[in-house]
Design a protein. Structure first.
Length: 380
């Protein structure tokens, strides 16, 4: 005798048992994912309802968590203001294109307890970073820095102009007052003793990239430049210069001219050899950059280094005009880089007395031993 009415009950019972098994297995999988992939550092294993919900959400979005927006994106500046919430930060990260999903970021930092650790301050972030990497980075703010990039061959006034564009706590004029003619020489830099009375620090403001706090002082920038010079121009270089009969001040003065003349790096030792040969023979240097330095800034061109006319060579009455005055100028005309300083200490061995720019616009020069060869190198 059969009881067909009981069949549906058995089916329902089997379905219920199957569903229970699936639920248990699912929970086990979630627990495994939690412990092996998403467990907060230092967690005690207890999962409240919110944590379970966050855990499930993060597991389902694991691919997006570890997928950067743009794998090769450059770093960008990102500021977190005091009092900003994790949600506010997440929205701005999304608006800047640094993350795929603001809500995913918010839930990630909430689950891992990072939402209370996000710091106010300055950060360098990139769309090449994943959400976990960005979240971790935002727990440790970078000190705010202002980059001061000084180019080889700049005169000190150009450094002052740059300072005025950077938002530092001091002005270009304040910096120039510390390094200009007659400025007090800071202690701890013996090489400054060679500067004649009334001279400036021109030539020793070593060209490089400097990173300063926004509230840095002009003394900090000046001293950083002098320390850089002191460390880069080695004792051996100074000894070799002295062995050649030159003071460091003379080396820096000539190197500043080489810096302004050389466009192609490998020509620096050749150009230095020309000027050293001319000095050895008692000839005038006839260096265009010294006349340009004497002329200085021209409002009509808006430039410190201007093209010369034929009249400038004799009309510019200045001790820096090496067409009119023999020997080195009174001091450096710019701040040379290390390669130009080395070129003067270790010049090429040549008999050249002249050089002239080539006609192809490459910045290279033709060198000559006689004046007749020099004339022959003139462009047609």
């Amino acid at each position: 005798m059969s009881y067909p009415a009981k069949q549906p009950l058995r089916v329902l019972l089997r379905i219920a048992i199957f569903a229970s098994v699936v639920l248990v297995l699912g929970c086990a999988c979630l627990m495994a994912a939690y412990h092996f992939l998403l467990a907060p550092a230092g967690g005690d294993g207890e999962l409240p309802v919110e944590a379970l919900a966050l855990q499930l959400y993060l597991v389902l979005h694991a691919n997006d968590l570890n997928r950067p927006v743009a794998p090769f994106a450059p770093d960008v500046d990102f500021e977190v203001e005091p009092g900003e919430s994790a949600a506010d930060i997440a929205e701005r990260l999304y608006e800047r294109g640094l993350i795929w999903d603001a809500d995913l970021f918010r839930r990630y930092v909430r689950f891992h307890g990072l939402d209370s650790q996000l710091e106010a301050g300055h950060f360098r972030l990139s769309a090449s970073m994943t959400i976990p990497e960005i979240a971790e980075a935002l727990t440790s703010a970078c000190p705010v820095e202002i980059v001061v990039q000084v180019i080889e061959g700049w005169r000190m006034e150009q450094i002052g102009e740059l300072i005025d564009t950077l938002g530092l706590a001091f002005s270009g004029a304040e910096f120039l007052a510390l390094v200009g003619p007659g400025a007090e020489r800071p202690d701890g830099f013996d090489f400054l003793a060679e500067i004649p009375p009334g001279g400036s620090l021109e030539g020793y403001l070593f060209p490089d990239t400097y990173r300063l706090a926004p509230d840095a002082t002009p003394q900090e920038l000046r001293d950083a430049m002098l320390r850089n010079f002191d460390s880069r121009v080695t004792p051996q270089m100074r000894a070799d210069a002295a062995a050649s009969g030159f003071t460091l001040y003379q080396v820096v003065t000539l190197a500043s001219i080489v810096e302004r003349e050389a466009i192609v790096p490998d020509e620096r030792p050749l150009i230095a050899s020309v000027y050293l040969n001319r000095l050895a023979r008692g000839m005038n240097l006839d260096a265009d950059p010294t006349v340009q330095y004497a002329i200085g800034y021209r409002p009509e061109t808006g430039r410190w280094w201007n093209h010369l006319t034929f009249e400038d060579y004799t009309a510019v009455d200045s001790p820096y005009n090496t067409y009119l005055h023999p020997g080195l100028p009174p001091g450096p005309i710019a701040n040379p880089g290390l390669d130009s300083i080395r070129a003067v200490i270790y010049p090429a061995s040549t008999e050249f007395l002249y050089f002239r720019a080539t006609c192809d616009g490459t910045g290279r020069h033709n060198f000559a031993t006689t004046f007749e060869e020099h004339l022959a190198n003139e462009c047609p």
